[in-house]
Design a protein around this ligand. Structure first.
Ligand code: A3P
Length: 331
């Protein structure tokens, strides 16, 4: 089965009259949704409009390839790293022994397309040999075609305080580069604590995938950034096993796991020419510097940005929201 929307003719973003009408109707629908700042609320979660149009189009049209594996996350929780690792793992047989990994010349986001933006813009622009699709869409809003498929999903999340701080820097940097005055850290924090942030409420996003991973453990792998940092090697092996491409004994003896860890490390990726000076979606109005995806890559940087009171408040909110779920996020 081929992965795509049925045809570009049916897309909300294409040039056909049908596509244009559909895009218009998504826009019209979105204009009626509750709105705070630039976020619109849909099915209980908050989105910037361009991602929401793509999500609605995906819900209507997207059909996955049966071999697809979805990299899922709330923004700023380690998606770039997880994309790099999964891409390196599943392309290693094509690339073994060579230094020609696409990760050396492309930002990981250009190696693994985003369902609600890249696919919606151009469903044909995909390397079909790479079975990876990413999305920030919450579990409850995923296209039914994905939920009912046999596709696997890998979810990553992170301490809410670090995720918030990372998100604030990311959006503020992008807005400054477009001469838009960003929200202050304090304003954004208040909104985050009331559930309003990109693809938030953060806790509901995490809980949706957590509960699904308990219900379908063979289909959904639930990871945290902190645990992956603590023991990257065992996570790389776990990822490979889950994706159905375990490392052979020979590969392990040849240091393949370590090579992948080094290639995908923050130090390596953030210092590549393409990630220092290149642009993501360079030919679109949504172009951004690749360097925005690499800030510090550390655990606990929230403490350099939030007061202890702010930290304790967000910890308390998360504790209350996750109560009874069996999930304890690292903090
Ligand atoms: P910080 O802003 O805390 O530094 P996402 O990829 O979901 O957008 O998340 C971005 C966060 O992951 C940023 O965190 C970024 O620095 C960090 N990151 C990016 N690449 C990484 C890598 N290869 N290893 C570890 N962390 C990485």
């Amino acid at each position: 089965m081929e992965s795509s929307f049925p045809s570009t003719q049916n897309l909300g973003f294409c040039e056909s009259a049908e596509g244009k009408n559909e895009a218009k109707s998504y826009k019209e629908m979105i204009s009626t949704f509750p709105r705070v700042q630039r976020w619109s609320c849909y099915e209980g979660f908050w989105y910037f409009p361009m991602f929401l149009e793509g999500l609605m189009s995906a819900q209507d049209h997207f059909i996955p390839q049966s071999t697809d594996i979805f990299i899922t996350s709330c923004p700023k929780t380690g998606t770039t790293w997880l994309k790099a690792l999964t891409f390196a793992i599943c392309t290693r047989s094509r690339l073994s022994g060579s230094s020609a990994s696409s990760l050396l010349t492309k930002v990981p986001h250009d190696c693994v397309p985003l369902l609600e933006y890249d696919f919606a813009q151009n469903p044909m622009k995909r390397d079909r040999a790479v079975p990876l699709v990413s999305t920030h869409v919450p579990y409850s809003s995923l296209p039914k075609s994905v939920v009912s498929s046999c596709c696997k999903l890998i979810y990553i999340c992170r301490d809410a305080k670090d995720a918030f701080v990372s998100l604030w820097h990311f959006i503020a940097d992008l807005q400054r580069s477009k001469n838009i005055e960003p929200l202050s850290l304090e304003e954004a924090f208040e909104l985050f604590c009331s559930g309003i942030s990109s693809y938030g409420p953060y806790w509901d996003h995490v809980l949706g995938y957590w509960r699904a991973s308990l219900e379908f453990p063979e289909k959904i792998l639930f990871l945290t950034y902190e645990e992956m940092k603590k023991d990257t090697a065992s996570h790389v092996k776990k990822l490979a096993e889950f994706m159905g491409c375990s490392f052979t004994l020979e590969e392990e003896e040849e240091g393949e796991v370590q090579k992948i860890i080094s290639l995908c490390s923050f130090e390596k990726l953030s210092n590549l020419e393409v990630n220092k000076n290149g642009k993501h979606r360079a030919d679109t109005s949504f172009a951004m510097k690749n360097s925005v995806f690499f800030r510090k890559g550390e655990i606990g940087d929230w403490a350099n940005n939030l007061t202890a009171e702010m930290g304790a408040r967000l910890d308390y909110i998360m504790e209350q929201k996750l109560k009874g779920s069996g999930l304890k996020l690292p903090r």
